[in-house]
Design a protein around this ligand. Sequence first.
Ligand SMILES: NC(=O)c1ccc[n+]([C@@H]2O[C@H](COP(=O)([O-])OP(=O)(O)OC[C@H]3O[C@@H](n4cnc5c(N)ncnc54)[C@H](O)[C@@H]3O)[C@@H](O)[C@H]2O)c1
Length: 447
Amino acid sequence: MNITVVGIGYVGLVTSVCLANIGHKVICYDISKEKISKLKKLNSPIYEPGIEELLIKNKDRLFFTTDVHKAFKNSKVVIIAVGTPENEDGSTNLKYLNETIKIFSENINNDCVLVIKSTVPIGTNDLIEEILKNDNNIKYKISVVSNPEFLSQGTAIKDTLNASRIVIGANDVKSMNIIKKMYLPLSKEPYNVPIVTMERRSAELVKYSSNCFLAMKISYINEIANLCEKVDANIHNVVKGMKYDSRIGDKFLEAGIGYGGSCFPKDTKALYKFSVDNNCELKLVKSTIDVNRKQKILLLDKLEKNEVCLKNKTIAILGLTFKANTDDIRESPANYIVPELLKKKCFVNVYDPVGLNNFRKYIDDNFKQNNIKYFTNIDSAINNADYALIINDWDIIKNYKLSKYVSLMKKPVIYDGRNLYNIEEIKKYNIEYYPIGINVKRNDLNV
Ligand SMILES: NC(=O)c1ccc[n+]([C@@H]2O[C@H](COP(=O)([O-])OP(=O)(O)OC[C@H]3O[C@@H](n4cnc5c(N)ncnc54)[C@H](O)[C@@H]3O)[C@@H](O)[C@H]2O)c1
């Protein structure tokens, strides 16, 4: 099938290479000349495990362009995967989507199914179809299908080829069948991905409900972790006892410093705003957002409680991206913690195996600061530091030897936002250690 994907970011690029991998010809269109010129050389503009292998393997079925005239040529399906960031009031900003619809309507030259993969408020697909229907310049039959995306950055290829499900929301049988056909190879061996069909509005809501549920699970276990610290319980033991209940499950129960990234933060806010606007306030979603806001700066709160004056202290930040295995720093806890430390006149040494450049750009664009140093290895970042704050869980941080904190830091003090280390090991090294959900000083019952 000839397919066009518009918006070659984290979702658009993964979608494109995976569709090419199951045999489709894919035109990848983006307005970013920089991204497209990298892709033409088969270099990925994003860090995502496995992506360059699929780019190279499927190079004969992938075409990259910034030229609108070439973008939609003969495509039976056009998939839109542009960003839908948040407005200041939490609602969804549809600026990029609207621009894309305009470009599409001016350039489409055959009947086609327009697939909205971007996360959009309920009713957006209906609205787009209405706009296109009323556009007298369009001479072709266009139907709109909702096909929300559920991939996670860091495991995006696996999440697409071996997706938990593919949700297709269509209001007519013909376009539903075209999109089912597009995904047919994924529904068969060896992938066996379930295809779940419904009308468009429900499909749009599946995406928000799923993300908000997962975010809620994270905020819930984080609140329980905070309670553990107050009452001398141990979050690991609490979770160990909870997860045997199959109704609860064992996923998303790792206490930490909150969720980040480009999806959970904005999707929770968007669904909450949407619920209020429709006179059906989702209070659980509101609490999820509030808990997460506090959790993101928890390490800073703990540090401030223990240290009267942070001025002139050297603080190592280990991990800048919102989680491991991605270069994405959007809504990372580091984005909140580092500027606060700089405001308090600390010296901040930051380290991340792939997120350094994106983080440097974030700091340079938003804050004028000299007290920050960027390091490409952990040894140099913690050398002579007063405190180490662990923000994410890259393997290289997880596997970093505890003895190094002892030999390199002024005195080893670790605030661990991801509970990476074993308490008994920590005690052997006499490290002052503040994880999430365990009061190490008072918690000797680490059975
Ligand atoms: N990133 C994720 O993990 C994830 C997961 C599921 C769903 N989503 C949703 O998918 C959508 C895309 O997210 P993303 O993280 O891939 O975004 P992104 O910011 O990484 O990529 C968006 C791309 O769209 C391009 N673009 C913007 N305007 C354009 C235009 N007029 N024409 C062509 N290209 C244009 C940008 O240059 C960029 O490359 C969002 O709605 C997001 O909520 C994201």
